[in-house]
Design a protein around this ligand. Structure first.
Ligand code: NAG
Ligand code: NAG
Ligand code: NAG
Ligand code: NAG
Length: 506
């Protein structure tokens, strides 16, 4: 029998150990079926823009008109020719999954009609190489890069014609690759794609109308409703692809089809009821816009109230098709915004998304700059709690998260290590809160062509030497750190501010 005093001592030891255990974590603390990976996208990494039958996407057109001086994806990281070498780097890093996108205009030049055999071969090669080396492919169908031909023919995403063409495109994917690919994302960052392309005009297809345009180069459009229309067609296309998958492929392929959404940490500027309500409204507008139709079959009430007839209505049939049409939701998260109430915005007759939101978002970092992001994993954890609370706790992949720095040959990206370290810890906290998170992808695997800042800003675990004709890749400190974490050879401190990276320099 134990002496009572000894029992007390044992209890005390246990408590201390208990606290220490929660303060440190490692790969094994995540569920066994949780995957860690990294990502890129077609236009940002492949290059070979005019090779083997590929035709331009709206990003090729845009990059050639705006990013002069070679700032475009014509060559990018030449992933089209270097995929084997890159998969080898993924193996060395210990990636469990790789997230990439397929170029629609490479697989089906002109957007519809016959499949390009060379494009098919390339993606088969890449997927086979990943499978062979035990890396799970996670594939996106549309990453900002609609075929230019469909934009020219009928206005791309603002026409209902897109639903038919997107569904046929998805059919090719599922048919050709579905025996090896289980995770499909239909449209990446549907919210940002629509806002930048159809409201502000800052990204292709650069549609907008005054006074909402942030650029002088525009191609027609109407900011008051086109972003709403584009997202409506994205949701209908997405759900149509999901329906097709469920009817024709799911029983055999057992995969999951999801969509991804760009999120910010929405933080009330002041602790007042007005700013708290404004933050929730901002969340409705940015996230609920995409996610509520999938979960509840309709847009958030705040959006319908403030946008009125400018936001399209779902018919009963459409609503039924959209509702429940997801196997997971992908989350893109980098940064926070302080949100403040802006009721005056609703007094203007001519309104766009931002005015309808009646809230002002204050971002500390400029979207187009090379400034680093602060490390605030608690804000991601809070947003994940909202998914649990408001959207029925859907299965979630953190599709993108990573630190931005300027591009240079310094491989000592300590700030990236601290960022990834902090947010991976935040994801573990969120899992322990009961959030249904299935995986985490660090953006980006290589220093790719960044859609907002070209090659000036970088997020890569690997530096790509753009002065070297061979575009040689070099592991940064973050690649080595991620590798050690994935291989289970380091235990991390929970509080990222305490992180020491000294041991990695040895
Ligand atoms: C648009 O053009 C006007 C006149 O050329 C110029 O003053 C303004 O700065 C430009 N705006 C942007 C956003 O480029
Ligand atoms: C845009 O649409 C609104 C209606 O939502 C209309 O009042 C406005 O005149 C249109 N603007 C342009 C530039 O076509
Ligand atoms: C948000 O406000 C807090 C103070 O309330 C400030 O410390 C922080 O820098 C602000 N963040 C942004 C993104 O503006
Ligand atoms: C150079 O890269 C390092 C590591 O990636 C980064 O910390 C630093 O801010 C960059 N410097 C410039 C001038 O961009």
């Amino acid at each position: 029998m134990l002496e009572p005093r000894l029992i007390l001592i044992l209890l005390a030891v246990n408590l201390v150990v208990g606290v220490l255990v929660t303060e440190r974590f490692q790969r094994d603390d995540f569920p066994v079926d949780f995957v860690f990976g990294s990502g890129t996208s077609a236009y940002q990494v492949e290059g070979a823009a005019n090779e083997d039958g590929r035709t331009p996407s709206i990003w090729d057109t845009f990059a050639h008109s705006v990013y002069d001086h070679g700032e475009n994806g014509d060559v990018a990281c030449d992933g089209y020719h270097k995929y084997k070498e890159d998969v080898l780097l993924m193996v060395e890093t210990g990636l469990e999954a790789y997230r990439f996108s397929i170029s629609w205009s490479r697989l089906i030049p002109n957007g519809r009609g016959p499949v390009n055999p060379k494009g098919l071969q390339y993606y088969n090669n890449l997927i086979n190489e990943l499978i062979r080396t035990g890396i799970q492919p996670h594939v996106t169908l549309h990453n900002f890069d609609l075929p230019q031909a469909l934009e020219d023919e009928y206005g791309g995403w603002i026409s209902r014609d897109i639903i038919r063409d997107f569904t046929n495109y998805a059919d090719v994917y599922f048919r050709e690759f579905g025996d090896r690919v289980q995770y499909w994302t239909t449209v990446n960052e549907a919210n940002v794609f629509a806002l930048s392309g159809y409201d502000q005009g800052s990204c292709p297809p650069q549609r907008c109308s005054p006074p909402f345009c942030v650029t002088n180069i525009t191609r027609g459009g109407n900011s008051t409703y086109e972003a709403y229309l584009a997202v409506h067609h994205i949701l209908l296309s997405h759900s149509s692809a999901v329906r097709l998958y469920r009817r024709k492929y799911r029983d055999e392929q057992h995969g999951f089809v999801g969509i991804s959404v760009y999120t910010l940490g929405f933080i009330p500027l002041t602790n007042t009821e007005k700013d708290r309500a404004a933050s929730q409204r901002a969340r409705d507008f940015f996230i609920g816009w995409i996610v509520e139709p999938l979960v509840h079959g309709d847009y958030p009430i705040s959006m319908k109230t403030n946008a009125g007839a400018r936001i399209p209505a779902f018919t009963n049939r459409e609503s039924e098709q959209v509702k429940g049409s997801y196997g997971f939701i992908g989350i893109i998260h980098y940064n926070n915004a302080n949100v403040t109430d802006n009721p005056n915005a609703l007094k203007t007759e001519l309104r766009d998304f931002n005015a309808d939101m009646a809230a002002q978002l204050i971002l500390l970092q400029d979207l187009f700059s090379e400034e680093e992001y602060p490390v605030t994993p608690w804000s991601l954890r809070e947003e994940l709690k909202k998914f649990k609370l408001h959207y029925g706790n859907p299965p979630i992949f953190i599709h993108e998260n990573g630190q931005r720095t300027g591009t240079n040959s310094s491989l000592q990206d300590v700030s990236r290590v601290k960022y990834l370290h902090g947010y991976i810890g935040g994801v573990l906290d969120a899992l322990r809160d009961g959030s249904n998170i299935k995986g985490y992808f660090a953006w980006s695997f290589l220093d790719v062509f960044e859609l907002l800042a070209g090659y000036k800003s970088s997020f890569g675990l690997y530096y790509v030497d753009r002065n070297d004709p061979e575009l040689k890749r070099y592991p940064k400190l973050s690649a080595k750190w991620y590798s050690r974490f994935l291989k289970g050879s380091i235990e991390l401190q929970k509080d990222a501010s305490l992180v020491s990276v000294g041991h990695l320099f040895q």
